[in-house]
Design a binder for this molecule. Structure first.
Ligand code: PLP
Length: 443
């Protein structure tokens, strides 16, 4: 029996896992393989990452080959060709005019990087007072100090209140169970929520103190919240009017999730900066980054004084293995036309998610492209106080689905769906029918 004591698992109830481990020993395409040889259907691209499916041949081969050729070369004043090639490939997919790429190792690092870039950019332009960031309730921007500070999921913040950045504010989230539950795709109401930026936040803080607004185009880890029609464009317009940078955190939406390379193209709204990670290597090797508009890059390059233009970077920024994996992943996406899969499957996915309307405990169903969630009412504790066991139902669905060979992710009391883009209708059917079966057994 393998000892499990020493690994402190992230975002996990450690004792609970160690008492009944869900141990994955292999994976291929849509499935995990467990130690007993059984398979589990991956309904969440693992952690919203594995867009090309697991252990895809071209990606595996590229990593293998690269490991034997150049294991590591840093990007601090030396370089290697693959990092440049990977940046070129990411830039080629990005919205027009966004053509410079800075590499990190994760989404969290991408977010803290983009925040530092935004502040330094304003300073270089003589607007050094622009240091405040505006996030949004229910947002998830990773776990580093900057990203956590602009995030809006209370459980992720509450233990760290004293070390969160002071210079932040948050827009309201866009969910409204009263008027917008069970909406398919983007709601036709709610665009005015973006006006809070202009009506409350800009007057309160003064535009001259605000560096950037950061939002996920579709909020993922906060429960899959789809923006109302026109909402992102309105944020764009207000930011432009007040000289505030608009950052789209596309760590989940990027690399095909909505049927375009980035959500920016899906919504037809171009931000100033994009953060990405996860799908860039289909989860195979850690990699993240920031894409910026040419004028932002140029501002840094033209900054006075010789030497380093941006005092920031990670030892492993542009790591050869990650770069090789990214190039092979983008080849796979292109060769298999995978960014089109959400367009081909969107109707079946949407119908599947909305078939839960009326199912036990379900209070909302949401979807866009190949990402969606159902929301469950939290389980009442029935102790006379009206208190609830938040997340208990969501977790029970996850555990019971796993036992039936299907992985879906609990996000509090939301059950999230985000399958690899290689999925077929039969996989969706199995995923949804298993959840439906399980919901009937959840108290
Ligand atoms: N930003 C968004 C939108 C995310 O969904 C995540 C992770 O889920 C992150 C940032 C953090 O990425 P990582 O876990 O790679 O640090």
């Amino acid at each position: 029996m393998q000892k499990l004591d020493h690994y402190w698992m992230p975002y996990t109830d450690n004792p609970r896992f160690k008492a009944a481990p869900k141990m994955i020993v292999g994976a291929k395409d849509m499935y995990y393989r467990l130690a007993d040889g059984s398979e589990v259907l991956d309904g969440l691209a693992t952690l919203w990452c594995v867009n090309a499916g697991h252990c895809r041949p071209k990606i595996v081969e590229a990593i293998r080959k690269q490991a034997g050729e150049l294991d590591f070369a840093a990007s601090f004043s030396t370089g290697h060709p693959l990092a440049f090639a990977a940046a070129e490939r990411v830039a080629a997919l990005a919205p027009k005019g966004m053509d410079h790429v800075f590499f990190t190792n994760s989404g969290s690092e991408a977010v803290d990087t983009v925040m530092k870039m935004a502040v330094a950019y304003h300073r270089l332009r003589g607007e050094g007072a622009r240091t405040r960031f505006i996030g949004r309730e229910k947002a998830y921007h990773g776990v580093n100090i900057g990203g956590m500070s602009v995030s809006g999921v209370p459980v992720n913040r509450k233990a760290y209140g004293g070390i969160l950045l002071g210079g932040t504010d948050h827009l309201r989230h866009t969910q409204d169970l009263g008027t917008r539950a069970f909406v398919r795709g983007c709601a036709t109401t709610g665009v005015e929520l973006a006006d809070e930026l202009e009506q409350r936040i800009v007057p309160l803080h003064d535009a001259g103190n605000i560096a950037a607004v950061i939002v996920e185009p579709v909020a993922g880890a906060g429960g899959v919240l789809v923006p109302p029609q026109g909402y992102l464009q309105r944020l764009r317009d207000i930011c432009t009017k007040h000289g505030i940078l608009l950052i789209f955190d596309e760590v989940i939406c990027g690399f095909g999730r909505l049927g375009k390379p980035f959500a920016s193209q899906y919504f037809g709204v171009t931000p100033d900066m994009i953060t990405f990670a996860k799908g860039v290597t289909s989860g195979s090797v850690p990699l993240g980054g920031v894409i910026v508009k040419k004028e932002i890059y140029d501002t840094f390059m033209q900054s006075p004084g010789a030497g380093v233009q941006f005092f920031h970077g990670y030892t492993y920024s542009g790591h050869p293995l990650a770069s090789a994996a990214a190039i092979a992943t983008m080849d796979t996406y292109a060769e298999e036309d995978l960014f089109n899969r959400p367009n081909q499957l969107a109707q079946a996915f949407e119908d599947g998610i909305h078939s839960f309307k009326g199912a036990p405990h379900v209070i909302d169903c949401r979807n866009l492209g190949l990402i969606g969630a159902i929301e469950l009412a939290p389980r009442p504790l029935n102790d006379g106080t009206g208190a609830v066991a938040a997340g208990a139902r969501g977790f029970e669905v996850f555990e019971k689905c796993w036992a039936k060979g299907v992985f879906v992710r609990p996000v509090g009391d939301n059950v999230a769906f985000c399958p690899p883009l290689i999925c077929e209708k039969q996989h969706l059917d199995r995923m949804f029918s298993t959840v439906a079966e399980v919901l009937g057994t959840v108290a």
